[in-house]
Write a protein that binds this ligand. Structure first.
Ligand code: ADP
Ligand code: MG
Ligand code: MG
Length: 899
C-alpha cells in the first residue's frame, strides 16, 4: 500500500521528490537534533493523486489523523481545543523551491472559543487575537479564494481609524474587531462562512495547498524555470511556535554566509514580535542579526551554532528561517541557499580551503552562466542611485541611457549619438529597430521568455523584463514607479540586466576584475583567485578541447589569452568587405578569364596577409579556415537601390551609368528568392572558377611564409555546406592540387588537413560517406538548426519565438541551447557513422552552441573532440567542459526522479 504521510523523524534530505525540499530538510534538521517544532509531511504522491482524481486518495485522511494524534500526544494538547489549543501551520513545499508561488496557512486551529483559551494560557489577549486575525486572513485568501487585497484594505481602514501606522499598535480589541470584519468579508464574498471546526480547517488547508500547485502564478513560474508540471507539491503540517508573543519573541531569516559576496559569517534579518511571513512582507523594518546578538545573545549564539552545524552537514551555504518564542529558538526551514555568481565562486573556493569539499566538488558548485555574468562591467555598488524598479534579470550587463518610449524615438536619438533605454510594457517585432538602437530594454510585463528577453539575449543587449511595479504610459511618454515617481522621456536611468534592478540617474560603471584577470593574468583579490582556481580545475578534468571562432589576429590573440586551444572557425567572408569589395565585384562581373584572373590575383596577396596574421597569432595551434560561404550577391550593391538609380536616370531621359547598368544586370542575374538556401558554400567553389584556388593558395603561401619565419603554422581547410560526398570530393581535388603546387614551388611540404562542416541534414545522414573524403568534421549547428527545423533565424526569432516559448513548444530557443532530440540526433548519427568510416576522425562544433553551457554538456556526452565559440565564451566553455566531465563520472549515482 502507498504511504502518504511521513513524520519528521522518518524523512531525510534525499527524499525531496516525495517530501518536497522543505519537508525533506525539516526531517534532516530533526535527525540532526536541531530544535524543530514537530510535524509531518503529506507526500507529493498524495498531491498528484488528488490533482488527478479531484479526490483525496484513499487512506490519506486516516493517515493524517493518525499522525495528528501523535503530534497532539507529544505536545500534550489537542488541535483547536478551547482550553489549551494546539495550533499548526500547513506549508507547501515542492521538489524545487518555488518561492512565494504556493500557499502556507499559519495558526490553524483557532476559532471563537480556542482564541480565548490561547489568550489565557499565553497570558496575552493581543497575541491570541493577532494570531486569529492572521488565520482568518490567510485562510480567507488561500483556501477560500478571497482577494488578499480586501483584507489589507480592511486592515488599513482600521489603522487609519485608530490613527496608527503600525499593526503592533492595534490592541486585542482592535484585532477582535478585525477578525469579525474579515469573517464578514469572507461570507459576503464567497457565500460561505469561515469554518470553525479545527479539523475541517486542517483538511481544507491541505487540499488548498495541493490545488495551489496548479495556480496560475505557480504554473507560470514553472514554465519560466523549466520545472516539470507533474511533480506536485508536498504539504507539511507542523506545530506552531509563536514569534508574535511580545518583545522577547520574533522571527528572522539567516544565511550561513553572505549570499551576495560569499563572505563567511552569519548574515540576515530579524523582526521582533512577528510571525515569519512579516519578515519578507516588509510591513515593518527588520534589523540586522547583529542587533539580535544584542537583544537576545543566548538565542543568537544558538542560531550561530545551529548554522554551523547545518553548513558543515550540507557542506554549503544554507539559508534558514527561524522563530524565537519567549527566548527559545526554533528552526523552521533550511535549504542550500541561492547566491550571486560572485558568492558562488567565492564560497566554493573557501569551502575547499576549509577542507569541506574537494576541488572537483567546488567545480560542480559554480557555473558558466555565473562566470559569464562576472565578465561584464558592473555598476559601482558604492554609487547606486535610487532604485526605481526591480524586474527579472533577462539579459546580463549594465547599461545607462535616456528613457524612451517607442522604437522610432530610440532610433532617432541613437542616430544623434544619444544612449537610450527602450521602455515598453512589452515588446513586439515592430520594436526591433529600437531594440537594436538601445543600450538596454526595460519592460513592465513578460517573463524571461518574453519577446524582449529572447531578442535582447540574442543581441547581447542588456534587458530587465517584467518589472511589474512600474506603469508604462507610452502615450504620455513616461513611466510611474510604485511610489509614484514619474520618469519622463529623456530622463537618464541605469539598468542592471544581471540583477534586475533599475536605478535613477547614471550609475558609474566599474570594469570587471575577472575580465581584467582573463585579459592580463592580473590576480586582484579573492574573487579572481576563486575564478582562476575553478578554471584550473576545469582544465585539469575536461576532455573536450576549447577553440575559438576568430577572423582577425586581434580576436585570435584574445582567444588565446582566454585559453583557446586553436581556432575552430576562421570565416573568410569578412576579409572581402571594405575596400576589397570592389575586387570581389570585379571577379563576379568579369567578362572573361583574364579579367577574372586579374581580380583574383589582386585579392591573393591581401588574403595571404590575413592568414599570415592569424597563423602568427595562433602559432603552434590549429586554425580551421573556412572557404568562402555566403551568397555572392552579399558583396554586390543593393538590388532595389541600383534599380531605382538606373530607372531614375532613364526617366530623366539620360543614359544610365554603364557600370551601374552592368551591375544591375549582374545583380538581377544572381538574385535568389532564398539566398541562404541558394548558391553558397561549397556550391560556390564548384561553379565560380578560380575562387577556391585563390583562397587555398593564400592559405598555403601563408603557411610557407610562417614556416620560413620560424613559426609552426597549423592551418586546416574547411569546406562549408557540403550535402553530398561528391561535392567534397571535387572541391578537395582542387584543394590538394593547389597545395601540391605551392609545395613544389616553395620546396616546403605544405600539409593542411581538409575537412567539412556538417550543417545540412543530408550531410549528417550520409556522414559515413562524407568521412571518406573528410579529415575532420565541424558541426555548424546554426545552419543545422535552421535546416533541420526549416526556419530562418532572422525571420523566426523576433516573429514568434516568444510565443513558442510561452506555449511550451520548446523550453529554450534551439539557437541558444541545442535541440537534443532533433538536431542532436543528427549530430549523434554523424559522429557515429563518421567515426565508423574513419576511426580517429577529429570532430568539433563551431556553431554558437559551442559556448552554451547546456550544449557543451551534450557535446561532451556525444564524444566530440572540441567546441569552438566566440573568444568571450571561451572561459565559459572551459568551465562547462570541466563540469561536463565530472557530470558523466557521477551521473550513474545521481537520482533523477523527475517525471
Ligand atoms: P514559504 O515557502 O513561502 O517560505 P513557509 O511554509 O516557509 O512558506 O511559511 C511562511 C512563513 O511562516 C515562514 O516565515 C515560516 O517560517 C513561518 N512558519 C511556517 N510554519 C511555522 C510554524 N509552525 N511556526 C511558526 N512559523 C511558521
Ligand atoms: Mg519559507
Ligand atoms: Mg553555415
Amino acid at each position: 500500500m502507498v504511504r502518504y504521510v511521513y513524520d519528521f523523524h522518518e524523512g531525510r534530505r534525499d527524499m525531496a521528490d516525495l517530501l518536497g525540499g522543505k519537508g525533506a530538510n525539516l526531517a534532516e534538521m530533526t535527525r540532526l537534533g536541531l530544535p524543530v517544532p514537530p510535524g509531518f509531511t503529506v507526500t507529493t504522491d498524495a498531491c498528484r493523486a488528488f490533482l488527478a482524481s479531484g479526490e483525496e486518495p484513499e487512506g490519506m485522511a486516516a493517515e493524517v489523523s493518525r499522525h495528528l494524534a501523535a503530534l497532539e500526544d507529544s505536545a500534550g494538547r489537542r488541535l483547536g481545543r478551547p482550553d489549551d489549543p494546539l495550533l499548526v501551520s500547513v506549508r507547501s513545499g515542492a521538489r524545487f523551491s518555488m518561492p512565494g508561488m504556493m500557499e502556507t496557512v499559519l495558526d490553524i486551529g483557532l476559532n471563537d472559543d480556542s482564541v480565548l483559551g490561547l489568550a489565557k494560557v499565553s497570558g496575552s489577549d493581543r497575541f491570541a487575537w493577532d494570531s486569529y486575525r492572521r488565520l482568518v486572513q490567510m485562510f480567507g485568501s488561500t483556501v477560500m479564494g478571497v482577494d488578499a487585497a480586501r483584507f489589507d484594505e480592511a486592515m488599513g481602514r482600521l489603522k487609519a481609524a485608530r490613527d496608527t501606522p503600525d499593526d503592533l499598535h492595534l490592541d486585542a480589541n482592535g484585532l477582535a474587531v478585525l477578525v469579525e470584519t474579515y469573517k464578514q468579508l469572507i461570507l459576503d464574498d464567497t457565500g460561505r462562512a469561515f469554518p470553525t471546526s479545527p479539523s475541517e480547517q486542517l483538511r481544507l488547508a491541505v487540499l488548498a495547498v495541493f490545488r495551489s500547485w496548479n495556480g496560475e502564478r505557480a504554473r507560470l513560474y514553472r514554465r519560466r524555470e523549466h520545472i516539470p508540471d507533474d511533480l506536485g507539491t508536498a504539504v507539511t503540517v507542523q506545530r506552531m511556535v509563536y514569534g508574535n508573543l511580545g518583545a522577547d519573541s520574533g522571527s528572522g531569516v539567516a544565511f550561513t554566509r553572505d549570499p551576495a559576496t560569499g563572505r563567511p559569517g552569519l548574515y540576515g534579518d530579524y523582526l521582533a514580535d512577528a510571525q515569519g511571513e512579516d519578515v519578507v512582507a516588509g510591513i515593518r523594518n527588520t534589523v540586522p542579526l547583529s542587533e539580535l546578538a544584542r537583544l537576545d545573545p543566548v538565542s543568537y549564539r544558538r542560531l550561530r551554532d545551529n548554522a554551523g552545524v547545518l553548513e558543515r552537514h550540507y557542506r554549503d551555504l544554507c539559508d534558514i528561517e527561524f522563530t524565537i518564542e519567549r527566548g527559545t529558538l526554533w528552526m523552521l526551514q533550511t535549504r542550500v541557499g541561492k547566491r550571486t555568481a560572485e558568492a558562488a565562486f567565492a564560497i566554493a573556493a573557501e569551502l575547499v580551503e576549509e577542507g569541506q569539499i574537494t576541488p572537483e566538488e567546488a567545480l560542480t558548485r559554480v557555473s558558466g552562466d555565473g562566470l559569464a555574468r562576472l565578465m561584464f562591467p558592473r555598476f559601482d555598488t558604492g554609487a547606486l542611485g535610487r532604485t526605481l524598479a526591480h524586474g527579472l534579470p533577462a539579459s546580463p550587463g549594465a547599461a545607462v541611457g535616456a528613457a524612451v518610449f517607442d522604437s522610432a524615438e530610440a532610433v532617432r536619438r541613437a542616430a544623434a549619438g544619444e544612449k537610450v533605454v527602450l521602455v515598453r510594457q512589452e515588446t513586439t517585432p515592430d520594436d526591433l529597430p529600437g531594440m537594436v538602437a538601445a543600450e538596454a530594454v526595460l519592460t513592465s510585463r513578460g517573463g524571461k521568455t518574453s519577446h524582449a528577453a529572447v531578442v535582447a539575449r540574442g543581441m547581447g543587449t542588456v534587458c530587465v523584463c517584467g518589472a511589474e511595479e512600474i506603469t508604462v504610459d507610452t502615450a504620455a511618454r513616461h513611466f510611474t514607479t510604485h511610489d509614484g515617481t514619474l520618469v519622463e522621456e529623456g530622463t537618464v536611468i541605469s539598468v542592471d540586466g544581471s540583477t534586475g534592478a533599475v536605478y535613477a540617474g547614471a550609475v558609474p560603471l566599474v570594469a570587471s576584475a575577472v575580465m581584467r584577470y582573463l585579459e592580463t593574468g592580473e590576480q586582484s583579490g579573492g574573487l579572481v583567485t576563486a575564478v582562476a582556481r575553478a578554471l584550473a580545475q576545469a582544465d585539469a578534468v575536461r576532455r573536450l578541447e576549447v577553440r575559438a571562432n576568430a577572423d582577425t589576429p586581434e580576436d585570435a590573440r584574445r582567444a588565446r589569452r582566454f585559453g583557446a586551444q586553436g581556432i575552430g572557425l576562421c570565416r573568410t567572408e569578412h576579409m572581402f568587405l571594405g575596400e576589397r569589395r570592389e575586387l570581389i565585384e570585379e571577379m563576379i562581373l568579369a567578362g572573361d578569364e583574364t579579367e577574372r584572373e586579374r581580380a583574383l590575383a589582386a585579392l591573393l596577396p591581401l588574403q595571404r596577409q590575413d592568414f599570415i596574421g592569424i597563423l602568427d597569432a595562433m602559432d603552434g595551434l590549429p586554425v580551421t579556415i573556412r572557404l568562402l560561404d555566403p551568397p555572392l550577391h552579399e558583396f554586390l550593391p543593393d538590388r532595389t537601390r541600383l534599380a531605382v538609380r538606373v530607372a531614375a536616370a532613364e526617366a530623366r531621359g539620360e543614359q544610365p551609368d554603364a557600370h551601374e547598368a552592368e551591375l544591375l544586370a549582374a545583380v538581377n542575374r544572381m538574385h535568389e528568392e532564398n539566398p541562404m538556401l541558394g548558391l553558397r558554400g561549397v556550391r560556390l567553389g564548384l561553379v565560380v572558377p578560380g575562387l577556391v584556388a585563390m583562397q587555398v593558395r593564400a592559405i598555403a603561401e601563408a603557411v610557407v611564409a610562417r614556416t620560413r619565419a620560424g613559426g609552426s603554422p597549423m592551418a586546416e581547410i574547411m569546406v562549408p555546406l557540403v550535402g553530398a560526398v561528391e561535392e567534397l570530393r571535387i572541391e578537395r581535388e582542387e584543394v590538394e592540387r593547389v597545395l601540391a603546387e605551392v609545395s613544389r614551388e616553395s620546396g616546403l611540404p605544405v600539409r593542411c588537413p581538409v575537412g567539412t562542416m556538417i550543417e545540412l541534414p543530408r550531410a549528417a545522414l550520409t556522414a559515413g560517406r562524407i568521412a571518406e573524403e573528410a579529415e575532420f568534421f565541424s558541426f555548424g549547428t546554426n545552419d543545422l538548426t535552421q535546416t533541420t527545423w526549416g526556419f530562418s533565424r532572422d525571420d523566426v526569432e523576433a516573429a514568434f519565438f516568444s510565443a513558442y516559448l510561452d506555449k511550451g513548444v520548446f523550453a529554450a530557443s534551439p539557437f541558444e541551447t541545442i535541440d537534443r532530440d532533433g538536431v542532436g540526433r543528427l549530430v549523434r548519427i554523424a559522429v557515429d557513422e563518421g567515426r565508423a568510416a574513419r576511426p580517429g576522425l577529429t570532430i568539433g562544433v563551431c556553431g554558437e552552441h559551442g559556448g552554451n553551457p547546456a550544449s557543451v554538456h551534450f557535446f561532451h556526452t556525444v564524444g566530440l573532440d572540441y567546441v569552438s565559440c566566440s573568444p568571450f565564451r571561451v572561459p565559459v566553455a572551459r568551465l562547462e567542459a570541466g563540469r561536463a566531465a565530472l557530470d558523466t563520472q557521477t551521473s550513474g549515482t545521481r537520482s533523477t526522479r523527475v517525471r
